[in-house]
Design a protein around this ligand. Structure first.
Ligand SMILES: Cc1ncc(COP(=O)(O)O)c(C=O)c1O
Length: 387
């Protein structure tokens, strides 16, 4: 039994309670329509998201993983191709590359932004220089902070012709670049996830892909449905990457509230900053970069080496939920050992995997909960001797 109520890492029930009427009415409309896959709800969602993020077009899909997969497929990535990915991300970013028979080139992250940079891309590509085989780069806007797509595009051009920059914006709906444009609009594709805990979270799996180039977008649209262009006529080979109508209708409801939810996440982040400034004079808790366009899918702090796991346990004992994104970089994953990655190869990502801790940041988090998390964290860090 905890002394006070637990503070969860996520609490989807709070959002459901707020939106219950709207969600249930949208769901009933779909049930009655008897159109359950694709259809006008999906088309409307695509239009509304494209308008919201300023993309030429959007294709609604079955998941964020499938958005990445079809993004690569529509760029004709296959065996023998190199695709550069951060070594520090959710598994899907690298998994899709290997599923297509291409070879992932694992890139270290910047220790402050946790995103890849031209310098870390250059370092990772050094062994492959002059081979001209880089087909794509998948920069991840990790935790909702945009990577520098233009700089990465310029760096990538050295390693291949027509290198596709595929933004993994799974965590970055509503995140903005420094020029005010939205994540997912600078690359060949923006790949988004609407998994329930995402900032635009559905009530099941889902995702979408944004594009600027109509030909490319048309290929993705066809590939979503087995490459079918006319009934039972297949110009391309795709898959079943379709979104259900129910999911689209529910996401349309959530989309109407996205701006408010993003503002709340930003306000929660600002509150953490204020509290840590007062509570942590020693600066033991390193905060995420204070960037206006950050949409705070996660609020990830870095703790002194050797303290993170103990701190996480202390917080859990006090009923405070936290999470580690991610405990093992790709180059050290058992399933990628055949690619030859060794400990020490990509030190910034390895350090982040030992020191990062995500704190609750969801929009409905209450102020008293934020205060409890910050106070408990600083107390716990002080109680553990650094390694
Ligand atoms: C960075 C990143 N890429 C890809 C994905 C895959 O999205 P999904 O879970 O919708 O397949 C996720 C979702 O967790 C993610 O965080």
């Amino acid at each position: 039994m905890f002394m006070t109520d637990p503070v969860p890492m996520f609490d989807l029930s709070r959002q459901y309670e707020c939106l219950q009427k709207e969600l249930e009415s949208a769901a009933v409309d779909v049930l009655r329509s008897t159109v359950y896959v694709g259809g006008k709800e999906v088309e409307a969602l695509e239009r509304e998201i494209a308008e919201r993020i300023g993309a030429r077009g959007v294709v609604a899909l079955s998941s964020g993983t499938d958005a990445l997969l079809v993004a690569l497929m529509a760029h004709c990535v296959g065996p023998g191709d190199l695709v550069a990915v951060p070594t520090y991300s959710f598994f899907a970013t690298a998994g899709v590359v290997v599923r297509l028979g291409a070879r992932p080139v694992f890139v270290d992250i910047d220790p402050v932004t946790c995103n890849i940079t031209p310098e870390t891309l250059d370092a990772a590509m050094a062994p492959y220089a002059d081979q001209g085989k880089l087909r794509a780069v998948i920069p991840v806007h990790l935790y909702g902070l945009c990577a520098d797509i233009e700089a990465l595009r310029a760096a990538a051009a050295k390693y291949g012709e027509d290198v596709g920059i595929l933004e993994d914006a799974a965590q970055a709906i509503d995140a903005q670049f420094a020029d005010g444009t939205f994540a997912g609009t600078k690359g060949l594709a923006g790949c988004f996830s609407t998994y329930p805990t995402k900032n635009l979270g559905g009530l099941g799996d889902g995702g979408f892909l944004s594009f600027e180039d109509e030909d490319y977008g048309g290929r993705v649209r066809a590939m979503r449905n087995h490459g079918q262009t006319d009934q039972y006529r297949h110009e391309l080979i795709g898959g079943n990457f379709r979104m259900d109508a129910l999911q689209a209708a529910l996401l349309r409801v959530k989309l109407r509230h996205l701006s408010t939810m993003t503002e709340r996440r930003k306000a929660n982040a600002a509150r953490y900053r204020e509290l840590f400034q007062d509570l942590d004079q020693a600066g033991s808790v390193r905060l995420p970069p204070d960037v206006a366009g950050h949409c705070y899918h996660q609020f990830v702090v870095h703790l002194p080496e050797g303290t993170r796991d103990q701190v996480k346990n202390d917080l859990r004992e006090q009923g405070i939920g936290t999470a580690i994104y991610y405990p093992l970089p790709f180059h050290l994953q058992p399933c990628f050992q055949h690619l030859g990655g060794r400990e020490g190869d990509l030190p910034n990502a390895e350090a982040a995997s030992r020191t990062s801790l995500a704190l609750p940041i969801f929009p409905e988090l209450r102020d008293d909960e934020i205060v409890r998390v910050a106070e408990a964290l600083v107390r716990a860090v002080r109680a553990v001797p650094a390694a």
